[in-house]
Design a protein around this ligand. Structure first.
Ligand code: SF4
Length: 300
């Protein structure tokens, strides 16, 4: 039986990912040549490829251009407040452990406003797939400097060039405890789709960064051109090195972008740690709530 929702039979051509998208909400708000749409397409292809039960997939986002993904996917989705996608997703996973929860948001939301939540969700190895589209600035609010803006790059709040050292996101995620860490650009559609499919099959805190500089506010200001020029930039700048040390994954202004799968390991998730702890401390009194949540029986 197909995993896809039913599509009405008509003579009209149907886009292959339309079963995953709320077509009634089209056109979307993303600018022409923005990479976010490509990332959504790769995610939808991975869902189709893995055959995961779509009734058990949930997408959570915060605020920003990438945050709009939650509103366009035909899945249970939640558009939460700025920087709070990870605590919201954590609560959802704890209450409904059977769900495959994906957090889909931008660098400003996940690493700027919500940075503290990121380090703790990774430290706890929360069972979440976190997709971060890195556009190098705050896109929706006017192109301000973000914690990911490369050193010396121009932004609306740093017109003479940024003098703040940006985060190396794969290294941050790996240092905090993420069990799967990968980075691709939005030119790498096949690799990105495979990374999503692979990460869907793993558990724990899985982090995939996708490089997609904001074409409207970052690329123009930094003379990266548009459309095809951006694709050439990704092509010429990407260096694929699986298993590379994440300390080497810094992104310098218009320099090489290290891509690949850097971390892929298994560690008990937060819920597994919790169950094992309560079972050892409480023994028979600990009754897991179906399907695997935890509950403590009162004193007999
Ligand atoms: S403002 Fe930038 S990040 Fe936002 S949709 Fe437009 S190009 Fe994409």
């Amino acid at each position: 039986m197909s995993i896809l929702p039913e599509v009405a039979l008509t003579d009209e051509p149907v886009h292959p990912i339309s079963p995953f998208i709320r077509m009634d909400r089209m056109p979307h708000i993303w600018c022409p040549t923005c990479g976010i749409g490509t990332v959504v397409k790769c995610y939808a292809s991975a869902l189709e490829k893995t055959g995961v039960d779509l009734d058990k997939v949930s997408v959570v986002s915060g605020i920003g251009c990438t945050g709009r993904v939650a509103g366009y996917v035909k899945l249970d989705s939640f558009h939460s407040t700025h920087g709070r996608a990870l605590p919201f997703a954590t609560g959802l996973k704890l209450a409904r452990p059977e769900l495959m929860v994906t957090v889909f948001s931008g660098d400003g939301d996940l690493m700027g406003i919500g940075g503290n939540h990121f380090i703790h969700a990774a430290r706890r190895n929360m069972d979440l797939l976190v997709v971060l589209v890195n556009n190098f600035i705050y896109g929706m609010t006017g192109g301000q400097n973000a914690p990911t803006t490369p050193l010396t790059a121009h932004s609306s709040t740093m017109p003479f060039g940024s003098y703040e050292r940006p985060f190396n996101l794969p290294h941050l995620a790996a240092s905090c405890g993420a069990t799967y860490v990968a980075r691709w650009t939005c030119l790498h559609v096949r690799q990105l789709t495979s990374a999503f499919a692979e990460a869907i099959g793993r558990k724990g805190f899985r982090f995939i960064e996708v490089i997609a500089p904001c074409s409207t506010l970052y690329a123009r200001l930094n003379k990266l051109g548009s459309g095809l020029d951006l694709m050439r930039f990704y092509h010429d700048s990407a260096e694929v090195r699986h298993g590379a040390d994440t300390r080497e994954a810094d992104i310098d202004y218009q320099q090489r972008i290290l891509c690949g799968k850097f971390v892929d390991e298994e560690r008990p998730t937060y819920l597994e740690m919790m169950h094992s702890h309560f079972r050892s401390v409480l023994g028979e009194k600990y009754v897991p709530m179906p399907p695997e949540g935890g509950w403590i029986r009162g004193e007999d």
